[in-house]
Design a protein around this ligand. Structure first.
Ligand code: HEC
Length: 192
């Protein structure tokens, strides 16, 4: 049998299957026989040289799983926190289902715009995280004034009420309602 060279190299590292039982496995075999155990042939010849790497692999796999589970748990906790804060501070204007106010694209009698949706039918995803965070922290008016946009904003400032982590959690919750492709487009605006 001809093997590709990478595979052949790997096999030379595992000599048991190619060249027979390595010395380490012999003593294990004798030992098991001495105890009179009736183990299947495969277990008897399982080379001790492989036990350690196999244990490492198992430990690494378990550790990886634990880390992933921990990350998923932290993410779920952040989303729950964000959803609660959204319901308390944002939903009365932007809608409980992120749907925004009716006719949000038309200015009211006083010239101000209603609250836009935060789902993918709105324009929240057109902005990067820095701009969204600034808008929430300092309120719409301060940001629009800085940008030289002559418009009156009905978006209050939350910098005195919400921490940076709170704002990040709300944004995570908002993003979790977007389809994958929209989330990916917005993530690219953050340089991600
Ligand atoms: C009193 C009503 C009101 C509340 C409460 C409110 N907003 Fe707004 N928000 C508005 C209005 C009106 C606009 C549109 C005017 C503008 O863009 O300046 C707006 C605009 C925005 C924008 C910019 C537009 C966009 O979608 O990118 C963001 C981001 C935003 N709000 C997030 C929030 C978050 C998060 C909360 C809760 C912490 C919140 N708002 C609470 C009224 C509100």
């Amino acid at each position: 049998m001809r093997l590709p060279s990478a595979a052949a190299d790997r096999l030379t590292l595992l000599p048991c299957y190619v060249r027979g039982t390595p010395p380490g496995a012999v003593s294990a075999k004798v030992d098991l026989r001495a105890k009179g155990r009736n183990l299947p042939a495969m277990s008897r010849s399982f080379p001790s040289a492989l036990v350690l790497p196999a244990t490492w692999l198992l430990a690494a796999t378990l550790a990886g799983g634990t880390l992933r589970a921990g990350w998923a748990y932290a993410k779920r906790a952040e989303l729950r926190h964000g959803a609660e804060l959204y319901a308390i501070h944002c939903a009365n204007c932007h809608g409980a289902r992120l749907e925004g106010q009716p006719d949000w694209q038309l200015p009211g009698a006083d010239g101000t715009f209603p609250a836009p949706p935060h789902d993918d039918s709105g324009h929240t995803w057109h902005h990067d995280d820095a701009m969204l965070t600034d808008y929430i922290r300092r309120g719409g008016q301060a940001v629009l004034d800085d940008m030289g946009v002559a418009m009156t904003s009905g978006m209050p400032a939350f910098g005195e009420i919400l921490t940076e982590d709170d704002i990040a959690a709300i944004l995570s919750f908002i993003k979790s309602n977007w389809p994958d492709d929209i989330r990916a487009i917005q993530a690219r605006r953050n340089g991600g």
